[in-house]
Design a binder for this molecule. Sequence first.
Ligand code: ATP
Length: 309
Amino acid sequence: MIKVENLVFDYMTKRALHNISFEIKKGSIVALIGPNGAGKTTLMRCLAGLVKPFSGEISVNGINVPEDSRRAHRHISYLSDVFGLYDNLTARQCLRYAALAFDLPPAEIEPRIVETAAMLNLTEHLENYAGTLSRGLRQRLAIALGIIHRPAFIILDEPASGLDPEARLELSRLFVNLKEKGHTLLISSHILAELEDYATDVIVLNAGRLVRYEQIGGNTVVSSQNPHVNLTIRVKGSADQLFSFLQNENCVSDLHRRHSSVGMTLWGQDDRLAALLKRLIAADIAVVEYKTTQSALKDAYFETLKEGD
Ligand code: ATP
C-alpha cells in the first residue's frame, strides 16, 4: 500500500535521509522510532507530500506522492508534533471547515462530524471554542480534523506528547480502532512501551538511515532472527535453589537475581518455556510465578543502535 524506494532528502547543508526503502502493508500500525535528529519528521513530511525528496520514489495507494501530492493528500493525513487550530471557531465549526476543505459531499458533512466526534470522545465539546479546550482535547480535535475524510494512511508525529495517562490510553484505543477499520498508521513516539501496545511493525531510523524494519506482530514477542523472551520466575522463599538450577540451563542467559525471583532472557519460544517449567517442577522448585514480558520494540531499538556503534 505504501512503497518507498531509495528515498534521499537533503536540507541545504545536510543529507537527512540516505537511500531509505520499505513497504507498509494496509492495516499496519508502524512505530517509527529513533534518536533525536534521526530523520523521523523529515521522513514523515516526505511521505505526506509536504516536501519533495532529492530523489527516490514514494507511492501511496498507487499514487506517486512527490509528483501528484494534491491527489495524494486526499488519501493521507499528517498531524505534526506542533500544530495550530482556529481558536475562534468551535470544535464543530473546525470539523465542518475541514470537511469542506476535503470536498466531502454536503449531505455527508453533519453525519461525518457526529461520527468523528464520537470516535474521539469529543461529542460533548462540539460547541466549545478550540481556544478554550484543554491540551488533550486539542490533540483529539486535531486528530479528528485529520481523519474527517477517512484517509487510508494516517501519519502522526508524537501524538501522545503532553497527554495524561488516561488520554494516552484512549489514544491507543483509537489507533487500534482505526486499524480495525482498515486504516494504516505510521506513528512516531519516544514512548516505546506505549507503541508496543498497538504497533504491528517497527521502523528504526538512525542518522538518516533505516537500520531496522521488523514486524513485531502487535503484542507478540517475536524477533525474527533470535526469538527470545524476557522471563521472570518467582519462587516461595529464597531463590538460591532456583538460581543454581538456572545456571546449568543453556536456554537462558543474563540471569539477575533478587530475593525470591530470578529474571533472565530465555532463548526460544513457547516450547522452550513449557519445557523449562516442567523441569523446574520435576526438580521440586516451588514456582509461584512464571512471567514473560514484552520488549520486542525496546529490544529492536537498543540492539539496533548498539549494532550501529
Ligand atoms: P526529533 O526526534 O528530535 O524530532 P527527528 O528524528 O524528527 O528528530 P528531523 O527533525 O527529521 O529528526 O531531523 C533530521 C536531521 O535534519 C537532523 O540532523 C536535523 O538537525 C536536520 N534538519 C532538520 N530540519 C532542518 C532544516 N530545516 N535545515 C537543516 N537541517 C535540518
